[in-house]
Structures are given as C-alpha cells and as structure tokens.
Design a protein around this ligand. Sequence first.
Ligand SMILES: C[S@@+](CC[C@H](N)C(=O)[O-])C[C@H]1O[C@@H](n2cnc3c(N)ncnc32)[C@H](O)[C@@H]1O
Length: 293
Amino acid sequence: MRHVIRNEHIPVLLQPVLQYLDPQAGESYLDLTAGYGGHARAVLECTKAPEQATLVDRDANAIAALTGFAKQGAMLVQGDFLSVSQQLVAAGRQFDIILADLGVSSPHLDNAARGFAFGQDGPLDMRMDQTQTLDAATVVNTYSADDLARIIKTYGEEPRAKTIAQAIVAGRPFHSTVALAETIRSVMPKGSKTHPATRTFQALRIAVNDELELLRASLPLWMQLLKPGGRLGVISFHSLEDRIVKQAFAEVAGDRYDAEALPLTKGAVTADDTELVFNPRARSAKLRAVVKK
Ligand SMILES: C[S@@+](CC[C@H](N)C(=O)[O-])C[C@H]1O[C@@H](n2cnc3c(N)ncnc32)[C@H](O)[C@@H]1O
C-alpha cells in the first residue's frame, strides 16, 4: 500500500473571512479549527496580537504544525471545539473574532493513512483525533445493518442507504477504504458523475467524528464567547452543516428587537470563480457570519 502525504491546505473564502470578520489591530482571536493556520495567519497579520489568539484543533498533526504561532505567543489547544468552548466559557473568556472552518483539512484527505479518501487505499480510520477509540472500521464492521443504513441516510443523504448497508454487512470484515468503496460501487447504478461511495464516506466520517452534534451543541457557546461587537464566522462544507448554522444564526440574529446579534452576511457567501480556479475544495464552502450586539 503506497501512502502519499502532502501537508498543504489552502484556506477557503479567505477574502470574505477578512471582509466580514474585519480583524483590527489589538483584537483577540479564537480559531476553533485552526488546522494548518491559513486563516489564523491572515487574521493575525491584521490584529498583530498573537498573544491574544487561541488556536484549537482536535488533530495532533495540525497542532504540531501550529507551533510557530505558539512561539509568537498564541495559545494552542488540542481538543474538540465543544469541550474547549465549554472550558473557555467556564473561564469567563470572550473574544473579538471567532472562526470555525468546519470539516477535514486537505492533509486529512491527501494522506491515505488517515482513511478519509476512497481514491487511495488506506485503513478504515477517519478519526480527526487519533486518540479517540471509535474509528470507521468499528462502525463498518460492528454496527447492525439498520444502524448503518440510518447513518448513511442521515449523514450522507444517500437514497440507497439500505442497499449499501446490506452489502456492507454481507461483505465484512472490511479493512481498507478501497475495498469498502468497491463494494459500494458494486451495488450502485452505473454512470453517476461522482464516485458512488462519496455520500457513504461522508456519512461514516460524520458519524466517527460526531461532527453534527458537536456543531449543534457548540454554536450557543460561541455566542457566549463573543464580546459585544465581536464577530463570529462559520464555514460549512455540506448542506447538513449549513442547515445547523443557518438555523442557529436565525435564532440569535433574527429580525427581532431583542435579538442577541445581527447578521453580517446576507445568506451564505460562496467562493468566486477566481478562488475556484486555484482551490477547487472551496466549491462547496459557505460562510455565514454574525456580530454580537
Ligand atoms: C477545514 S480545516 C481548517 C483549516 C484552517 N482554517 C486553515 O486555514 O488551515 C478543519 C480543521 O478543523 C479540525 N476540526 C474539525 N472538527 C473539529 C472539532 N469538532 N473540534 C476541533 N477541531 C476540529 C480538523 O482537524 C481540521 O484540522
């Protein structure tokens, strides 16, 4: 098995993030998904206050790649953004700018050993935090057909979830991404534009990392972590995430006299053609932002 590892991640929607979150000199910054520091670097160039920055990621490789920021005074925290947000709220912390750029990074997808991609063969892992016990192999090889079908339908919005779940149960145990993807392909109609395993892989990844529940539970805490006048931006990559962000922002920044915040973006901001040329991963990215009153 050949593993190709690249460690490049181009930050998506960087110009809109700077435009809507509008970082000013001296302001504090909380990056909940700091990844490889692309957004953080650009924001800190504006705030010029790395000692006022807290950079969070649940992936140890990302945290290791951020040590340059720690040398400039930023605080690095490895952990999922829900538990880190709970700790920051308990400590009474508040920030001028908060950003969550959800999902996986390019190094996750490009490094076959992390098991996120069906294009290159790797173990069925998909954990963003590799100290976590639940991995994709456990889900695929031990969950019932009903539970697999529910996960694939709910988190992948896959119409053929039941058929795929039955094929998985019949073909297991699975140990590699390509073997799983080929089994899925074998029960799917031919001729689809995207790989027939795309939705199932998305579903497994969301289940393994509990992505939607963490997001849903974290959004109210992020409002508490904003100073008055502070700006919160969230970048999502698929409709399930975006729906949660849209609903949460409608609640806090809806058209009511007692709303806690005001919307900064009208609808969701997406990448322009220029960005898509050099970063096709931005294709499905959506930014929504609010400012606390
Ligand atoms: C899209 S990347 C962020 C890239 C970053 N904005 C940059 O410019 O380099 C998403 C990052 O968020 C991390 N992540 C995803 N969900 C998380 C969570 N619930 N808690 C903490 N980190 C998370 C992933 O490990 C990944 O490194």
